[in-house]
Ligand binder design. Structure first.
Ligand code: UD1
Length: 416
């Protein structure tokens, strides 16, 4: 198993290019199932999750050509309407094929995702929504089997805000008969990016980015070209890493508009930030101040940035209270951060972090994608060497992370 070895204590300095957003690329790749014409996507990030989705779609019969960051997906030959367990268990986002398959082909068999490291994460809202649109759904041998002659528009209320739930039903509704209204829909920028791509494919969608999305179904969708928006979580991770190490960095090819709460919290921590067009510049000249935060659906503070800020708070001046409201088991990095000397108490969904003047390098284990990012940040700050095991989690969502960090002056290498 591959590991990362980090020699901590060097402030990050320099420029880094931000990749396309994983959480936009995955649903948008699934949109290729909705049309028999080619979908050309730009700014595709080089990530393990993207390769997993590529393999899944290829197994279904989508022809895919990848040239660097340009991916063309051609859904004319789709002939296998199934997402098998071995794929879905490694990547929950595989469930995003469900809506498009039922909408275009009237049938899908998608494995239930099962347990996952950051909580039970059911897909009941995806299933209920499709049922409201007239799909017959049965659960057989661990698979969701959905059938529908043609889906029908419906009014669907989400009692919990769900990002992939909103995306799955929005895709399904593009080819349904009549109007679908999604209420209490997710407002994440990645939902808006998917809606924009679907609109370029001929879909009739309004309200994406608000909590009420209205979709009028059309007979078919056509080919299109789309550029994936920048990854706000990768952007936020580099900004926190620079702030925690007391560095100065410039992010290129990003967007500050979708990072409001993260930028605000970094300002509270004492960082100086400057935004110009697609560039964000951050400088940190002192020890960070501890920042309280509470995760919640967009536009509030993202759960995918909670772990990284915990690493920052671990070496900050003062104490911080961090509340996780989205996932029930998303504090697994706490045990590992403690191995580096962090002082963190957890009670239910609240962590209280008492900032320490320094952390010390140690061997730690990555448990999920964003937890891994927090360990990298802590390792960059800690005195001496930190070795992070199970970094395959990191490769799922961060493109070329050690190359990008090395370019910023970090002493980091991959142990094979
Ligand atoms: C997406 C993101 C993930 C991010 C999360 C929250 C992708 C590929 N992944 O995950 O990076 O951390 O949003 O911003 O975009 N829930 C149910 N029933 C459902 C669906 C969800 O109870 O049918 C619950 C979940 O258990 C969780 C909450 O709703 O407690 C939000 O989950 P959701 O927004 O669906 O997360 P994902 O879309 O899986």
């Amino acid at each position: 198993m591959q590991k990362l070895a980090i020699q901590g204590g060097t402030p990050l300095h320099g420029e880094v290019f931000i990749s396309g957003a994983k959480n936009a690329a995955l649903p948008i790749m699934c949109a290729s199932l909705l049309s028999a014409e080619p979908l050309q996507l730009n700014n595709i990030p080089d990530l393990h999750d993207v390769s997993t989705m590529r393999k899944l779609l290829q197994q279904m019969g989508v022809a895919i050509d990848l040239q660097g960051e340009l991916m063309t997906l051609h859904g004319a030959g789709v002939n296998k309407l199934e997402a098998p367990y071995d794929m879905v268990k490694t990547m929950r986002a595989s469930v995003l094929v469900l809506g498009p398959l039922v909408a275009r082909f009237g049938e899908a068999r998608v494995s239930l995702p099962g347990g996952c490291a950051i909580g039970s994460r059911p897909v009941d809202l995806h299933i209920k929504g499709l049922q409201a649109m007239g799909a017959q759904i049965s659960i057989e041998h661990g698979y969701i089997h959905a059938q529908a002659k043609r889906l029908k528009g419906a009014r669907i209320f989400f009692d919990i805000v769900s990002v992939t739930g909103t995306e799955n039903l929005m895709m399904a509704a593009t080819l349904a008969e009549g109007v679908t209204v999604l209420e209490n829909a997710a407002r994440e920028p990645e939902v808006v990016d998917l809606a924009n791509c679907l609109i370029s494919m001929g879909a009739n969608i309004s309200g994406a980015g608000t909590d009420m999305i209205s979709i009028t179904g059309v007979e078919k969708l056509h080919g299109a070209e789309h550029r994936i928006l920048p990854d706000r979580i990768e952007s936020g991770t580099f900004l926190v890493a620079a702030a925690a190490t007391g560095g100065s960095i410039t992010l290129r090819n990003t967007s500050a508009d979708i990072l409001d709460t993260v930028i605000e919290k970094l300002g509270e921590a004492g960082a100086k930030l400057r935004v110009e067009a697609d560039t964000i510049h951050l400088e940190m000249h002192k020890r960070p101040q501890a920042v309280n935060l509470r995760t919640a659906p967009y536009p509030a503070f993202p759960t995918d940035m909670q772990a990284q800020f915990m690493a920052l708070n671990a070496i900050a001046e003062g104490s911080a209270m961090m509340v996780e409201t989205i996932f029930e088991n998303r504090f697994m990095h706490v045990q590992e951060l403690r191995r580096l000397g962090a002082q963190i108490d957890v009670e239910g969904n609240t962590a209280v972090v008492r900032g320490m003047p320094r952390l010390e390098g140690a061997a730690v284990m990555a448990t999920d994608l964003r937890a891994s990012a927090s360990l990298v940040i802590a390792g960059l700050v800690a005195q001496g060497e930190t070795v992070i095991d199970r970094i395959y989690h990191l490769d799922r969502g961060y493109a070329h992370i050690e190359a990008k960090l090395s370019q910023l002056g970090a002493s980091i290498r991959r142990l094979k």
